[in-house]
Design a protein around this ligand. Structure first.
Ligand SMILES: Nc1ncnc2c1ncn2[C@@H]1O[C@H](COP(=O)(O)OP(=O)(O)O)[C@@H](O)[C@H]1O
Ligand SMILES: [Mg+2]
Length: 401
């Protein structure tokens, strides 16, 4: 952000300091980005002081903060989702495995930074996953409650919408690539790349996503008395029976946002302010026909252990091209040099007339960037760009997540 804005270090969960900063700087609109401060109620504290905020309060953020709560919401308001049950007792969880068939999906209830879901190939793996969550507390308190879920097959996509608490403004659909390895192999990550639009999703399915998932989620939240202003993000499996909700997030998720927002031709500031003020009525989202692809560069070893503090080269050369953006996530500046500071280090986004053109541009920009141990997938959006959409990423096969 440093090239676009003046950055001020304040902990995202320090509501008092954040409120002070907003007042000192005369900030008009606050966008709360990450899930942890949303779940902790940062938006509530700031709204209580009269500041316009984009992002739900703690009540609405339960959509992401508790998978069990989100499941209940789906059940109460008739939103299609996999069969699932939540457990506070590990023996009961293990006993319920008898009712299901392999593979088993075991999910920590709370926030686990994208690591709390284990797809277990058989009963003993599922038992081990329950043990890891509930007894070993590998995800801390997030795993004190566990969900066990029916395994769904299909293609996985992400549907995001803005809401002002009354209206839904659906954003362009995107697909991300979760597995670390090419050909959708290896463990799940926070995302290795993404693309938008999804031309292969037909209009009928789009309509169902808007009406049966996004609009129903908002009306469910409203029925619960929740004034939700921000992003509703639905992670969906397109099954033979139609779209089903795997999870909700309460914010812009990456890498999807990195291919959605560059395609937005209407004003983002107006959209965010409209949502924050409860007034999206006059807003119409418009999109470029161009395609967008993003490819993430990750630290060697990710999603397992990895080193940090490694110098990143080629960023200036990469910045030279038009229609591309290098989004930093796991980076920091040390002695005037940009170094790695996380697992998913950066993502290179490019627009193009076609998906193939956007891919080419993203990969050619990425080829100018290097750091020791840098890894990336070479097949982001490859199958769809080549026209064989049926075999593209996001399909879900068994295996350990
Ligand atoms: N019921 C399910 N059937 C098949 N795959 C699933 C199911 N639930 C989750 N997954 C897979 O696990 C990934 C992570 O699950 P998700 O619920 O999105 O949790 P999180 O993003 O918090 O890790 C999903 O993107 C999907 O690939
Ligand atoms: Mg997810």
């Amino acid at each position: 952000m440093i090239s676009d804005a003046r950055c001020v270090p304040v902990a995202a969960t320090d509501a008092a300091a954040m409120g002070g900063l907003i007042e000192d700087e005369g900030i008009d609109l606050t966008v709360v980005g990450p899930e942890a401060p949303l779940v902790a109620g940062l938006a509530d504290s700031l709204r209580a002081k009269g500041h316009p905020v984009f992002g739900p309060g703690a009540d609405g953020a339960r959509l992401e903060g508790s998978k069990a709560w989100a499941k209940d919401l789906c059940e109460r308001y008739g939103i299609a989702a996999p069969a699932s049950r939540s457990f506070d007792d590990s023996r009961e969880a293990v006993a319920w495995l008898d009712e299901l068939e392999a593979p088993y999906v075991v999910k920590a209830d709370g926030l686990a930074a994208g690591k709390g879901v284990i797809i277990a190939a058989d009963r003993s793996e599922a038992r081990a996953a329950i043990h890891t969550c509930m007894t070993e507390r590998a995800f801390g308190d997030a795993g004190s409650r566990v969900l066990i879920e029916e395994f769904l097959e299909g293609r996985e996509i992400s549907a995001l919408a803005l809401t002002d608490g009354e209206r839904i403004v659906p954003l362009a659909l995107a697909q991300d690539f979760k597995r670390v390895g090419e050909g959708d192999t290896g463990p799940n990550t926070g995302g290795m790349g993404a693309y938008s639009p999804l031309d292969w999703v037909d209009p009928e399915i789009r309509g169902r996503i808007e009406e049966e998932v996004l609009a129903k989620a908002l009306s469910g939240l409203r029925s619960e008395g929740i004034d939700y202003r921000g992003v509703i993000y639905a992670g969906l499996m397109l099954t033979a029976e139609g779209p089903k909700v795997l999870e909700f997030n309460c914010r812009f998720g990456d890498p999807e946002t990195q291919v959605i927002l560059p395609r937005l031709t209407s004003s983002l500031a107006e959209a965010l302010m409209g949502a924050a003020r409860g007034d999206l009525g006059g807003y119409a989202a418009t999109w470029t026909q161009e395609s967008c692809v993003t490819v993430c560069a990750v630290s060697g070893g990710y999603p397992g252990d990895f080193a940090t503090g490694i110098e990143i080269r080629g960023l200036e050369e990469a910045a030279a091209g038009g229609s591309t953006v290098v989004f930093h996530s796991g980076t920091s500046i040390r002695n005037d040099r940009v170094v790695t500071a996380g697992g998913r280090v950066l993502a290179v986004t490019a627009l193009g007339q076609t998906l193939a053109g956007a891919r080419e541009r993203a990969y050619s920009t990425l080829s100018r960037i290097s750091f020791e141990g840098m890894a990336f997938r070479r097949d982001i959006a490859a199958a769809v760009a080549a026209g064989s959409s049926a075999s593209d990423g996001g399909t879900s096969e068994g295996g350990k997540g």
